[in-house]
Write a protein that binds this ligand. Structure first.
Ligand SMILES: Nc1ncnc2c1ncn2[C@@H]1O[C@H](COP(=O)(O)OP(=O)(O)OP(=O)(O)O)[C@@H](O)[C@H]1O
Ligand SMILES: [Mg+2]
Length: 308
């Protein structure tokens, strides 16, 4: 199989001379969901920005569908959809108008049937005539995805699609991404959340200090990660763990407001998705869900044996 995206020896320094990307090489196969994990400032957005032609590559080459992103920019860019990390929307436009307009920017002829397909796929069809400012945050995010898909790209970049969104919306986003893959789009997403990579990705890349320190099949990576801790902060305190949740071996905090789920990626234990479903079925409402923020960092350090 040939790669839809091929990155070779990419390097980048900004004006200050600081090295932001260093000798990054990566091939993405068509139809993959690839998750790029890494701490703040690791270079994820810079990497995406170079592939999308927003930032100039310092050194190296990138091919999208065989087109060089510098020499053959238009052909390469036409194959790419980008949902940027920073959310921006045109408040006063309707959903239909803004998504159709995005398609026009790529010089593609109007195709109402395609726009309809995209809006239906993202559950935005009923909102097609609504002004964007009247939509919820989750809907606005989906409008950005619809815009990025308006010109029928083959590769979609999602730069932290679930940063700062609640559990329900995060799961909704995961559904959307799976649906996109089924429709034949290759998806590359960045995230800070190991859980997200676990749920979504076929392969995972870890970037750290501008270097791609690891690229691996998700299943293999998850086996290496081992123990993980998920903290579920409840809206209301409970006296005891409901019997229906017995299978998860949850620990309840003294105040009754926090459940901790310790799990091992290797073990055949119920996954996080089913845990969240069962929590909700047991009538427990969540205020927040966290994994220890440092744990990802710890894992990286353990995995690559070096400090940033
Ligand atoms: N325009 C710029 N000029 C100078 N330095 C920059 C510029 N854009 C990014 N950087 C630096 O490049 C490094 C990588 O930034 P980048 O935005 O790619 O990280 P990231 O992995 O996307 O981080 P985050 O998880 O916070 O989004 C950071 O040190 C950042 O300060
Ligand atoms: Mg970023």
């Amino acid at each position: 199989m040939s790669a839809i995206l091929s990155i070779r020896n990419l390097g980048k320094s900004y004006g200050s001379g600081a090295r932001v990307l260093d000798d990054v090489s990566l091939d993405i196969e068509a139809g993959e969901i690839f998750a790029l994990l890494g701490p703040n400032g690791a270079g994820k957005t810079t990497l995406i920005s170079i592939v999308c032609g927003i930032v100039n590559p310092g050194e190296g080459h990138v091919l999208v569908g065989g087109h060089d992103i510098v020499r053959d920019y238009r052909a390469a860019r036409a194959l790419i959809g980008l949902v940027p990390q920073e959310l921006t929307t045109d408040a006063f436009e309707t959903v239909w108008a803004t998504v159709s307009f995005s398609r026009g920017l790529f010089g593609k002829p109007a195709n109402p049937a395609h726009i309809e397909t995209v809006l239906r796929q993202l559950s935005l069809w009923d909102k097609r005539d609504a002004k964007i400012m009247t939509l919820s945050g989750g809907m606005k995010r989906r409008v950005l995805i619809a815009k990025a898909l308006s010109h029928e790209p083959r590769v979609l970049f999602l730069d932290e699609p679930t940063a700062g969104v609640d559990v329900q919306l995060r799961q909704e986003m995961w559904q959307v991404v799976r649906g996109l893959r089924e429709s034949g789009v290759t998806v590359i997403l960045t995230t800070h959340y190991i859980e997200e990579a676990e749920e979504m990705a076929d392969r995972v890349g870890v970037i750290r200090g501008g270097r791609l320190v690891l690229v691996e099949e998700k299943a293999a990576l998850m086996r290496k990660l081992g123990r993980k801790e998920l903290r579920l902060i409840l809206q209301e305190p409970i006296p005891a763990v409901p019997p229906a949740l017995g299978a998860y071996d949850l620990a309840l905090s003294k105040e009754g407001t926090e459940l901790t789920y310790v799990y091992n990626m290797k073990a055949e234990r119920p996954g996080i998705t089913s845990l969240l479903e069962d929590l909700s079925a047991a009538g427990l409402r969540l205020r927040d869900v966290t994994t220890r923020e440092s744990s990802l960092e710890d894992i990286f350090v353990g995995l690559v044996g070096e400090r940033a």
